[in-house]
Design a protein around this ligand. Structure first.
Ligand SMILES: NC(=O)C1=CN([C@@H]2O[C@H](COP(=O)(O)OP(=O)(O)OC[C@H]3O[C@@H](n4cnc5c(N)ncnc54)[C@H](OP(=O)(O)O)[C@@H]3O)[C@@H](O)[C@H]2O)C=CC1
Ligand SMILES: Cc1cn([C@H]2C[C@H](O)[C@@H](COP(=O)(O)OP(=O)(O)O[C@H]3O[C@@H](C)C(=O)[C@@H](O)[C@H]3O)O2)c(=O)[nH]c1=O
Ligand SMILES: [Mg+2]
Length: 312
C-alpha cells in the first residue's frame, strides 16, 4: 500500500469502512490495470466488465451508480476500434458519448466524483509541439469525435469531474500495438510501419496509477483540482520508432524481432484518419497533481519483462 496515502485511507480503515471506487470496462487494458493497481489503504476498486455493466444500457448505468455509496467512479470502458468506428458510428457514440453522459448525470445526482478517460485522437494533429489541455479539439475520425462527445457530456453534467486524455496505451494484455508488433514479427522478417504519425506510448499500469491518485484525491478532498488533464509516458516517437524500440528490447530478451521499414501514412491506407502529431502536454497534471510520468521506453521494458522475461 502506498505510504503517502495512509492518512486518508487510514481513517476509513480504522472505522472498518472500505471506500469503493466503481470502475467500468474491467476487462480492458486500463480496467485490468486499475484492478491490479496499488490502492491506498481503505480504498478498493469494484471493477465491472461488460457482463456486469453493459454501457449500452443507460438504465443499468444509473442503477449501478445509485446502488452504493461510491467514493468515485472511473470510466475505463470505451469503443476503441478506431477503424471499425468509421462504419459503426452509432455504436461508437453509444459507448463513448451517451454512456459517459448517463454516468455523469448519475454521478451528479449522487454527488460522486467522476474520472473520465479520453484520447489524443480528439486533436487534429496538424501542427508540431505538444497539445495543451485548453487547445481546440478537432477530431479527424468517428472514434475521436465520439470521445469528444463524451468529454462534452461530462464537462456539462454538473458532476465534479476530471477528464484525463491519454495516448497509445500499451499493456502485456489486451489489444495494443506492442502485442500486434510481436505477433507480426513472429510471422515476417520485415514490417512496414508509418513514420509520420508522432505520439507518446503509455503503459496502462502507469496511467492506472495516475488515475488512482486522482480518484482518491477527489474522494478525500473537496478542493481537489478538477477539469481536463493529459497523461502519457514521457518522450515522443513515431509508430515506426515505437516498433523499432519494441524489437530492440524484445531481441535483448530473446523475443521476436523484425526489421522496420518506415513508410508514409499514404502508403498504409486505413478507414480512419489519424493525427500526424498527437503529443500531449504534461504540465497541467504535473502542476495540479504532482504527477510526473517516466519515459515510455522504461514503461515498455516492464511490459516486455512480463511478456518475454528479463533482458539476458
Ligand atoms: N487503447 C488506446 O490506445 C487508448 C485508449 N484511450 C482511452 O483509454 C480508455 C481505456 O482504453 P483501453 O483500456 O485501452 O481500451 P480496451 O479496448 O482495452 O478496453 C475497453 C473496454 O471497454 C469495454 N466496453 C466496450 N463497450 C462496452 C459496453 N457497451 N459495455 C461495457 N463495457 C464495454 C470493452 O469490453 P469488451 O472487452 O467486452 O469488448 C473493453 O473491456 C478508453 O477511454 C479509451 O478511449 C485513450 C487513448 C489511447
Ligand atoms: C499493424 C500496423 C499498423 N500500422 C499503423 C497504422 C496506424 O497508423 C498506426 C497504429 O495502428 P493501431 O491500429 O495499432 O493503433 P490505433 O488503433 O490507431 O491506436 C489508437 O487507439 C486509440 C484507441 C487511441 O485512443 C489512440 O491513442 C491510439 O492508441 O500504425 C502500420 O504502419 N503498420 C502495421 O503493420
Ligand atoms: Mg487499433
Amino acid at each position: 500500500m502506498a505510504p503517502a496515502r495512509r492518512d486518508e485511507g487510514g481513517r476509513a480503515a480504522r472505522r472498518g469502512v472500505t471506500r469503493a471506487v466503481l470502475v467500468t470496462g474491467a476487462a480492458g487494458q486500463l480496467g485490468e490495470a486499475l484492478r491490479r493497481a496499488a490502492w491506498p489503504e481503505g480504498f478498493a476498486a469494484v471493477a465491472l466488465d461488460r457482463a456486469a455493466l453493459d454501457l449500452a444500457d443507460l438504465n443499468a448505468i444509473a442503477g449501478a451508480v445509485a446502488g452504493r455509496r461510491w467514493a468515485a467512479v472511473i470510466n475505463a470502458a470505451a469503443y476503441t476500434a478506431v477503424d471499425k468506428a468509421e462504419s459503426d458510428q452509432v455504436a461508437a457514440w453509444q459507448v463513448n458519448a451517451l454512456a459517459p453522459a448517463a454516468l455523469a448525470a448519475a454521478c451528479a445526482s449522487a454527488a460522486v466524483p467522476l474520472v473520465q478517460v479520453s484520447t489524443d485522437y480528439i486533436f487534429p494533429g496538424d501542427r508540431d509541439g505538444a497539445w495543451e489541455v485548453d487547445d481546440a479539439a478537432a477530431p479527424l475520425g468517428v472514434y475521436g469525435a465520439s470521445k469528444l462527445g463524451g468529454e462534452l457530456a461530462v464537462r456539462t453534467s454538473g458532476a465534479r469531474h476530471v477528464i484525463v486524455r491519454t495516448a497509445w496505451v500499451m499493456s502485456a494484455r489486451g489489444h495494443n500495438f506492442v502485442r500486434t508488433m510481436l505477433r507480426l514479427a513472429a510471422e515476417r522478417d520485415t514490417l512496414r510501419v508509418v513514420a509520420d504519425q508522432r505520439g507518446s506510448p503509455t503503459a496502462a499500469a502507469d496511467l492506472a496509477a495516475a488515475l488512482v491518485r486522482i480518484a482518491v484525491r477527489l474522494a478525500d478532498d473537496a478542493t481537489a483540482p478538477t477539469g481536463t488533464f493529459h497523461f502519457s509516458n514521457a518522450g515522443a516517437t513515431s509508430w515506426a520508432g515505437f516498433a523499432e524500440e519494441i524489437f530492440r528490447q524484445s531481441a535483448r530478451r530473446g523475443g521476436p524481432s523484425a526489421a522496420v521499414t518506415p513508410i508514409a501514412t499514404s502508403d498504409y491506407p486505413t478507414p480512419a484518419r489519424r493525427p500526424a502529431n498527437s503529443l500531449l502536454g504534461l504540465g497541467a497534471i504535473g502542476a495540479a497533481y504532482g504527477i510526473h510520468p517516466r519515459r515510455w521506453e522504461a514503461a515498455l521494458g516492464d511490459i516486455l519483462d512480463e511478456l518475454i522475461g528479463a533482458p539476458k
